[in-house]
Ligand binder design. Structure first.
Ligand SMILES: [Zn+2]
Length: 475
């Protein structure tokens, strides 16, 4: 009898998680369509792109609205892309899977705790992070941060794949939610005398300074102040923006390319008068196609190395103040937090208050998440003489770091190379040729989702790679 009640309770929870995910997916569709066009996200209400008929509330229901209309506008019968219900269903599925594994496993009815869930040497019953073990009511703000990040990543994936740009609103929003969610919940829990369950040796759902204490707190605050100073200097024109002359260079390069092709090729006039290229194989005279598509013209920009020094100037205050902040904090508050090791629910409270420890964790995640990508960008550009990794990728991984901490963002960044390799191999198998040039954002987004879902199997992999530190247990 109890089993049946528990089953229905589980089903209701999963339906709620799925409905919430479908609504977030619906919002993702709105963002993906409107942000690149510079339209408002709030108004006007959703309408048919073809005849502007406003959708009714029933047609606005995620997934089912599209099925109700059978993919066609009620008024003008223009077809509506299946991309909309697919995105909604995909985000709903991700939410259901994460909710199920975080809060419902091991579930007595589906998955008796006594039964073994070990498969491929991994205990799948332990796939959820420690912070979820106290249940939804004790950890919902952290779960909301995670879901907001996943929704933003879905939007980033689609927009970046389509337009080769990452709208910054999409990555600033989860960063702000991470700051409010993590720090707010930490303050609330310490005020009410509670703690969030966490991996042994850590204090929160994300890596925080914890036992290292004040030095890392000072570095985090100093680094963020330095980024703020860099931005102020940039807006006042006291330091120069990198790639400021890129647009002018591109316009000139394109004009020159058009000029040379106009001289070399016969004037394009009557289409029937010009012989097809295949009929005129005049050897040496034949010129390879010179005009680059806008997507790959940037490779030829000659000043990528020079521009990196401008970015280093921008970063100098952040790097400098991180050291100053660390030194000051240690001088004023001491290097270590007394009584901080071992951190367990029974140990005395450490000197860095929990909210400040978590605040530093979010800031460090933001700085290191973005910093790792930026370091690769600067080194790669200096080495190869062309822009490596976009600044959009820097912003994206900074947001991932703010939400999940510096360890996950670093893992996701290096994991993205494997996701990219897999995509390239799949394209090779599917079409016999490599797929079209993809921006890096979608790989970073998919890699982040994989790190979230597969943290526990990854830890077992690290046990094999570095057994000296086994068993690995990351926050
Ligand atoms: Zn219509």
């Amino acid at each position: 009898m109890l089993d049946r009640i528990e089953f229905w309770f589980l089903l209701v929870q999963l339906i709620f998680a799925g409905a919430f995910g479908a609504c977030v997916g619906s919002l993702v569709n709105v963002l993906v369509y409107r942000l690149p066009l510079g339209l408002s996200v709030v108004t006007p209400p959703s309408r048919c792109p073809s005849c502007q008929t406003v959708l009714t509330w029933r047609e606005n229901i995620p997934i089912f609205g599209w099925l109700l209309l059978r993919g066609r506008c009620r008024f003008c019968k223009a077809s509506i892309s299946p991309e909309y219900p697919i995105v909604e269903a995909a985000v709903a599925l991700v939410f259901v899977v994460v909710y199920f594994f975080w809060y419902c496993v091991p579930f007595p009815w589906v998955w008796p705790p006594s039964s073994s869930a070990v498969f491929l040497g991994i205990d799948w019953a332990k796939i959820s992070p420690e912070w979820a073990s106290q249940g939804f009511s004790a950890s919902w703000p952290v779960f909301v941060v995670l879901m907001v990040l996943l929704g933003s990543l879905a939007a980033v994936l689609i927009v970046d794949a389509k337009t080769y740009t990452i709208p910054l609103q999409l990555v600033w929003f989860p960063s702000v939610v991470a700051l409010l969610g993590h720090v707010g919940w930490a303050a609330w829990l310490s005020w009410s005398g509670r703690q969030l369950a966490h991996a042994p040796g850590w204090t929160w759902a994300i890596p925080t300074p914890g036992p290292i204490g004040w030095g890392a707190v000072g570095a985090a605050v100093g680094g963020i102040v330095g980024i703020g100073i860099g931005n102020i200097l940039l807006s006042k024109g006291l330091i120069r923006r990198s790639f400021a002359d890129y647009e002018a260079w591109e316009a000139q390069a394109r004009a020159e390319a058009a000029e040379t092709s106009a001289i070399q090729a016969p004037p394009a006039g009557d289409a029937t008068a010009t012989p097809p290229a295949a009929v005129a194989p005049t050897g040496a005279e034949a010129t390879p196609p010179t005009d680059s598509s806008p997507a790959d013209l940037w490779i030829e920009y000659p000043h990528a190395r020079r521009e990196m020094f401008k970015e280093l100037v921008f970063l100098a205050p952040a790097i400098g103040l991180a050291f100053v902040g660390s030194w000051l904090a240690i001088r004023l508050a001491g290097p270590w937090t007394p009584g901080a090791t071992p951190i367990s629910p029974g140990s005395p409270a450490h000197d860095v208050p929990l909210w400040l420890d978590v605040l530093a964790g979010v800031l460090l995640g933001y700085l290191i998440g973005g910093g790792v990508v930026w370091a690769v960008r600067i080194l790669g550009s200096l080495l190869f003489g062309r822009e490596a990794m976009g600044l959009g990728d820097v912003h994206l991984m900074a947001a991932v770091g703010a939400c999940l901490g510096w360890i996950d963002s670093t893992l996701a960044f290096f994991g993205a190379a494997f996701v990219g390799l897999l995509w390239w191999a799949l394209g090779l198998i599917a079409r016999g040729v490599s797929a079209r040039a993809m921006p890096y954002g979608p790989f970073l987004a998919v890699s982040t989702l994989l790190v979230i879902l597969l943290k526990h199997p990854l830890e077992r992999l690290f046990d094999l790679i570095a057994p000296a530190w086994a068993p690995w247990n990351l926050p």
